[in-house]
Structures are given as structure tokens and as C-alpha cells.
Write a protein that binds this ligand. Structure first.
Ligand code: NAP
Ligand code: ZN
Length: 382
């Protein structure tokens, strides 16, 4: 019996020059608060497109470009206050997952200036939030299509997810041309992130036929392009074709829609430590654990009586259109991370992420501290 319930309230526009082709979407907004990081809005050309619309609509605008990778909650809180003081009526997130996630939190605080950062993860009821337009300039997180905002807690090397029904973008504008300026390493890391979202979502106990359809299309769109990226390592980024950029952006969107239903699984929280403490970008940090994630599911499908898992695993592997051991090797080559950690460090890492909610999305439901340690040990242990 098929039964599921899926909320996807985002208007998704995917097209070259889609911002300019749909400028009427900006009509009626008078005070635009633009959330970005230092260079992506400019390098991608997205800010330029918005500025040309502003010229026509005569809207006032404020550029808040203080967002850094793995955005700090305190900075987003400040952004919310600035947006409130400005009297913003629209928040526009431009950039990778960091500015897009930040835009969701800023939209919340702009509409709720009396709320504190501590309130964010403990909201007793629905508060309003400002409307959001999301313009991704990386092809990885799919943040434009889900309500998650992953915040770094100040001074704690810890990430926490703000999941809020009012955080869905009103409109997401996906233009592959905005990703043409992405450096090679960011292209690879973000593409790995998109692939991880699709894999983790596909095997999640929360997956539905609807989320699986997106996860499957995401894998088909991303994986064969990852193989191409191996050969483009030392070439100018102009050699990454527009068609590759297009498919990576589509795959990223599909991953974002898939995890909208399922959330992510253990590669994500385990990866957070390697990002926040060791500086490895988010996508590569999650990809470090994806091979072991697949191995664990293969073993479970073989040894436990789990026909549904077995079926999902086989169908997912077919979407790669290559032997899965080769795919695991491709992921390893592109992750290209060789740092190894001693047991003490790994125990500390376990202590930091053991309460993450993502673990409940896997068939195991809970990972014990020992199991987490073992996974860390196999993937990044000395
Ligand atoms: P990011 O942190 O947003 O950006 C990474 C780097 O890419 C930045 O240095 C940025 O440069 C640069 N960049 C972005 N677009 C560019 C462009 N078009 N041209 C040149 N440079 C560009 O990376 P991300 O991987 O997209 O996002 C990671 C964040 O998203 C993490 O905080 C992660 O936890 C979160 N995340 C959210 C979700 C979700 O579903 N909401 C899912 C996965 C991950 P500048 O800083 O110099 O501008
Ligand atoms: Zn991710």
C-alpha cells in the first residue's frame, strides 16, 4: 500500500537567466534585504541581476554580506535585527547553503524581534517569518527547497538545525550560470554533498516513493558528472561545461527536495566535527562517511530480514549506472582527505554529536557511542 504526505510549498524556477525572465515576482516588494557572503553574490552575477531589477522597481535595498561558511547563529541574529530596523518586506538569500540557511533565520528574527537566539530551537508556537527568495550559487545543499537552516552555535564548534515551517522560500530561482564561477574544490565538495543527500535520503526509514523519485533523479544527475570532475582537477574551471553545471544544480535541487521529506542520516552529524574542528568543507566531510554508511546498509540487508531495505539498496545502486564499488572509489578520490585521528580525539568527536537527531532516520534508529566510535575509527581513525 502506498501512503505518504509531502509538503513542498516552494515555487521552483529552473532556467538560464530565470531571475531576469521572472522580474514580475519582485513586484510589490519595497524593501529588499539581501543576505550573502563576501564574494559569491558578486562573482556569480546574481547580485547584478537583482540590482537591475531594483532599478526598475525602485525598491530600496540593504546588502547584508556578513555571512561566512557554516553561519554563526549570532551573526544571523544580528542580521535579523538589521532587517527589522530596515523595515524589510522580503529577504533574498544569495549564495551557497550558508547564506541560504542564514536567510531563513534572518527572516525569522526580522519578523520576531523580541525572540532571542535561544528561542530558535524551542518555539512553543508558530511565529511569522518574512517571505524569502532563494538564489543558490553552489550546487550542493538544496537549501532552497527545504525548511532547514543549519546554524553553528557560537563558541561551541557545534551545529544545530532550525527546522521551521515558515522557513520555506516563497520562490527559488535556480540558474546554472550562477555556478559557473565556482572554484574546482567547491564544485567537487558541493556535488558530493548533493550525492550524500540523495543516498542518505534514499535509505532513510522516512523515505517515501515521492522522496525516492527525487533521490534517484539526483543520483543520476550528479554521479556521472562526479566521474567527469576527476579528470578536470587541474584544468581551468571554464572546462566544466554548462551542461555539467546544469545537471549538478538539478541534482542538488533533487537532494534538497528528497531530504525535505526524510532529513539526513549519520554521515551528516559525524561530518560536522570534521568541518568545524578540522576545516574540511561540508560536502567532503559528509562524503568521508558515506562509504561506511553504504557498507553498514549492505550488511544489514544481507543479514537481517529487511526486504524493503534490500529493495531500496538495489534500486539505488542501479541509479548509479556503474558498479557500486567503483562509485565508492570515485567518492573517495574526490573527497581527497587523508588526515587521521587518535582514539582520544574520536571519543571527543562522538561526545559532541551523540545527541544529533539525524541518527533516528536510519534503520538502526540509534547508534551507540561504541558504534559511532567504530565508524569514526574506520573512516578517519589512526
Ligand atoms: P557555502 O558555505 O555557502 O560556500 C562555500 C564557498 O563557496 C564560500 O567560500 C563562497 O565564497 C563560495 N562560493 C559560493 N558560490 C560561489 C560562486 N558562484 N562563485 C565563487 N565562489 C562561490 O557552501 P555550501 O556547501 O553551499 O553550504 C554549506 C552550508 O550549508 C553549511 O553550513 C551546511 O551545514 C549547510 N547545509 C544546509 C543544508 C540544508 O538543507 N539547508 C543541507 C546541507 C548543508 P565567499 O564566502 O567568498 O562568498
Ligand atoms: Zn549536506
Amino acid at each position: 500500500m502506498i501512503s505518504f504526505n509531502s509538503l513542498m510549498p516552494v515555487e521552483i524556477i529552473f532556467d538560464k537567466n530565470c531571475v531576469l525572465k521572472n522580474k514580475e515576482k519582485f513586484n510589490g516588494f519595497k524593501k529588499l534585504f539581501i543576505v550573502s557572503d563576501k564574494s559569491s553574490a558578486i562573482l556569480s552575477g546574481a547580485l547584478n541581476d537583482i540590482m537591475s531589477i531594483v532599478k526598475d522597481t525602485k525598491a530600496e535595498f540593504y546588502i547584508f554580506d556578513n555571512i561566512q561558511e557554516n553561519p554563526l547563529l549570532s551573526v544571523c541574529y544580528e542580521g535579523g535585527k538589521a532587517a527589522c530596523d530596515f523595515g524589510a518586506d522580503l529577504i533574498i538569500g544569495i549564495g551557497g547553503g550558508s547564506p541560504l540557511d542564514a536567510a531563513k533565520v534572518i527572516a525569522f528574527f526580522a519578523a520576531n524581534p523580541d525572540r532571542t537566539p535561544e528561542d530558535l530551537f524551542n518555539l512553543p508556537y508558530e511565529n511569522p517569518s518574512l517571505p524569502i527568495f532563494a538564489i543558490p550559487t553552489t550546487a550542493g545543499t538544496g537549501s532552497e527547497a527545504n525548511p532547514y537552516a543549519i546554524m553553528t552555535l557560537d563558541g561551541q564548534d557545534l551545529k544545530k538545525t532550525f527546522t521551521y515551517i515558515k522557513s520555506y522560500a516563497q520562490t527559488a530561482f535556480l540558474d546554472p550560470k550562477y555556478t559557473l564561477s565556482l572554484p574546482y574544490n567547491v564544485t567537487v565538495s558541493t556535488a558530493l554533498d548533493a550525492l550524500c543527500h540523495c543516498i542518505e535520503s534514499y535509505l532513510s526509514v522516512k523515505s517515501t516513493p515521492f522522496s525516492i523519485a527525487y533521490a534517484s533523479l539526483g543520483i543520476k544527475s550528479v554521479y556521472h558528472n562526479l566521474e567527469k570532475l576527476i579528470d578536470l582537477k587541474d584544468k581551468p574551471i571554464s572546462e566544466i561545461d554548462y551542461s555539467v553545471r546544469e545537471e549538478l544544480l538539478l541534482g542538488s535541487l533533487c537532494g534538497g527536495i528528497a531530504i525535505n521529506t526524510t532529513g539526513t542520516c549519520f554521515p551528516h552529524p559525524l561530518g560536522y566535527n570534521i568541518t568545524l574542528i578540522n576545516g574540511l568543507p561540508h560536502g567532503k566531510a559528509c562524503a568521508l562517511f558515506i562509504g561506511e554508511f553504504l557498507n553498514i546498509h549492505e550488511t544489514a540487508a544481507k543479514n537481517l530480514d529487511m526486504p524493503e531495505l534490500n529493495k531500496n539498496l538495489n534500486e539505488m545502486y542501479a541509479a548509479f549506472d556503474t558498479p557500486i564499488e567503483k562509485a565508492k572509489e570515485t567518492i573517495k578520490i574526490l573527497t581527497d582527505y587523508h588526515e587521521k585521528f587518535d582514539d582520544e580525539t574520536l571519543k571527543f568527536y562522538v561526545s559532541k554529536v551523540k545527541t544529533a537527531k539525524n541518527f533516528t532516520n536510519s534503520y538502526k534508529k540509534i547508534l551507540t557511542d561504541d558504534e559511532m566510535f567504530e565508524i569514526y575509527k574506520k573512516c578517519v581513525g589512526k
